[in-house]
Design a binder for this molecule. Structure first.
Ligand code: B16
Ligand code: MG
Length: 222
């Protein structure tokens, strides 16, 4: 294992909850039912595709013009950016700071594969911007998760072969992306959504270099 590629929202910090709150506010304005179960289908999915899924869910997809949809996307991002404004290094999920230190000590490369265009500003607020060897720019990609492109781009920029990488995700679409990139897939959280992962843990504090390395090695020996 030469590199670990992290998702951001829901793995490094709990911004998955902030995306939920911002989308909920939009859905309420549109009188579309929105709950945590439905929100699972948006995790790891781009802003534009998330809006399409919400409008479809409310049977309203054809009702909104391109420019009305653009306005909703701007509004959602404004709500979201207000929420992330308060993020500080204390908002790192449990165990993530320790894991990043262990990986650095073991000379494992570290990359970020987040679909979020807000990722760099969140990493700055968490005081982590200099920890990552590579941060993939989602605007440079053609396809979102579950396509493998984002994880393959991270490995490519690091100069590491995909089989020598582990990817960590909290979303079903993200696990599918890691798996089809040919990497070792580690899932965090909701076990039902994580059933395709090679290894899954309930919470970020369960992650460690040893756990990742042993799991990656076992998969290679299979
Ligand atoms: P933004 P991840 C994803 O981040 C989120 O899971 C998803 O809910 C969000 O819509 C997407 O980023 C785009 O984010 O609106 O900030 O560009 O999980 O891939 O780190
Ligand atoms: Mg995520």
């Amino acid at each position: 294992m030469k590199a670990v590629i992290f998702d951001l929202d829901g793995v490094i910090t709990d911004t998955a909850e902030l995306h939920f709150l911002a989308w909920k506010r939009i859905a309420e304005q549109l009188h579309i039912p929105f709950d945590r179960d439905f929100n699972e289908r948006l995790k790891g999915i781009s802003r534009e595709e998330s809006l399409e899924r919400i409008l479809d869910h409310g049977g309203l997809s054809a009702t909104y013009s391109k420019s009305a949809k653009r306005d909703l996307l701007v509004m959602k991002n404004q709500y979201y950016q207000k929420l992330i404004d308060n993020i500080t290094p204390r908002d790192l999920l449990p165990g993530i700071g320790r894991l990043l230190c262990e990986l650095e000590k073991e000379r494992i490369k570290i990359a970020l594969a987040s679909a979020s265009r807000n990722a760099p500003s969140i990493l700055k607020r968490l005081d982590l911007i200099n920890v990552f060897d590579v941060i993939v720019d989602p605007a440079s990609l053609k396809k979102g998760k579950p396509d493998p492109e984002i994880f393959l781009a991270a490995a490519g920029h690091l100069g590491v072969s995909p089989v020598d990488c582990a990817g960590i995700e909290d979303a079903e679409a993200g696990i599918a992306s890691i798996k089809s990139a040919g990497m070792f897939a580690v899932g965090v959280g909701n076990e039902r959504a994580m059933h395709e992962a090679d290894l899954s843990v309930r919470q970020t504090s369960d992650l460690s270099f040893d756990l990742l390395y042993e799991g990656w090695k076992r998969r290679m020996e299979r």
